[in-house]
Design a protein around this ligand. Sequence first.
Ligand code: ADP
Ligand code: MG
Length: 361
Amino acid sequence: MSISQLSITHLRNIASLKLALSPQINLFYGGNGSGKTSILEAVHLLSLARSFRTTKHKHYIQHQQPDTVLFSRINAGHSGQLPVGFQRRQDGNLKIRIGGESIDSLATLAELLPIQLINSDTFLLLEGSPAVRRQFIDWGGFHLQPQFLSAWKAVRRALQQRNSLLKHGKLQASLRATWDHEFIARSLELDSYRQAYLDLLIPCFERLLQQLLELDELSLHYQCGWDKKRGLDTVLEQSFERDRNLGFTHQGPQRADLKVKLRGMMAADLLSRGQQKLVVCALKVAQGYLLRQQTERSCVYLIDDLPAELDRQHRQRLCRLLEQLNSQILVTSTERDAFSDCWSADVEVRDFAIHDGALAQ
Ligand SMILES: Nc1ncnc2c1ncn2[C@@H]1O[C@H](COP(=O)(O)OP(=O)(O)O)[C@@H](O)[C@H]1O
Ligand SMILES: [Mg+2]
């Protein structure tokens, strides 16, 4: 999947911008506040209908304008070229059209244009809460396993219901097993998808990381969210009093995590900022690599301020890795020179100088 044309109207400081993108590397450079990150934000909105910078649409719609309108042409593999349109109005109204048809399900959109974002928040994969890492695993489940989404939704529904009953003191011990039947069955299913995805991802990540950094003892550890030896049924039974006293379910797939460790300790506590960046990049590149290998689809990479934290040698190594992905990549940087000797000669690199929300003359 790649975007051939991108048109942005009334997004932050961008009044109107039309871009013809390279299917490989696209570099946006310009000073602070010129609008580089807003271009990545536009692609994010076109894939997920939400921004990575704010939860409020009023923040990204250009001041004093009625709406943000985005349009793109997506090369969607077998389906050929598809026009995708996005409009978000000040009153919150959202319209998305794919191939001229309005769509209601955001999952359809996310499936059409898988994206990977790498920005300063990506460090949260190492130092943030387990929820960030669950989201990381579940990206893979969603894009690689057709039944994943229905299992994920079923677990969420069953868990909400269970927690609500616990909170209101309506879950009786004698009925617990009956209530938990669905939650347990679907949780085991969700866990099996996560486990299967990580069985593929972890070796791929380790291989890619070796190309970026010499860190032999770095390892990933999946935790399913409960004590597997006892089994979820027994765990729920044994923690029932505690769950009832506190009004929520303590263990289950909602507590899953993926620990990144170095010599048995949390990697985030030991690695330098630059090393952390390379580790999270390897994690994200591994996801794109697997997507292509397993489904012959590819994702678009949005990389905000790629050079930050990296010396020239590691910058070059990362660019090599990104090229090998054979995916469309949109990169921002304040300096054009930061990449002068980073890309191979046979890669199509398109440069865009951005100034005041427009292409610089
Ligand atoms: N809703 C908005 N309307 C108009 N301008 C905005 C809005 N939100 C942010 N801006 C401005 O748009 C510019 C966009 O910045 P950004 O894309 O983050 O730039 P860069 O990534 O190049 O540093 C900033 O100057 C910011 O002040
Ligand atoms: Mg920026």
